[in-house]
Design a protein around this ligand. Structure first.
Ligand SMILES: Nc1ncnc2c1ncn2[C@@H]1O[C@H](COP(=O)(O)OP(=O)(O)OP(=O)(O)O)[C@@H](O)[C@H]1O
Length: 81
């Protein structure tokens, strides 16, 4: 194996230094995507209507509106048995 000072040899079983990152455990479980778990009630930020957009296998989808922007969203509610 050829090596030089700028590129030290790497062996298959060599321990690579772990990157020390302070991560929210919830974000870690969701991977590196931009999904974040909301920590406040949905009605704080959205006006939830009773308008049913559709029915899924696991529950209803309601029309909701973001209070500040007025943008329309769909809220999926899982039915609890
Ligand atoms: N973003 C959305 N905008 C408008 N209507 C939606 C939206 N998302 C879902 N719907 C409506 O709600 C219905 C059910 O959606 P949902 O995703 O729950 O279906 P599903 O695939 O059966 O899901 P699940 O099996 O998880 O219940 C859809 O068929 C559609 O009519």
């Amino acid at each position: 194996m050829l090596t030089n000072a700028n590129s030290p040899p790497k062996f298959p079983n060599q321990q690579q230094p772990q990157q020390q990152q302070q991560q929210n455990p919830a974000q870690f479980m969701l991977g590196k995507g931009s999904l974040q778990i909301k920590k406040n009630a949905i009605i704080d930020d959205y006006k939830v209507t009773s308008q049913v957009l559709g029915l899924g296998i696991n529950g209803r989808v309601l029309e909701i509106f973001h209070k500040r922007s007025g943008e329309k969203y769909a809220l999926k509610l899982d039915a609890v048995e």
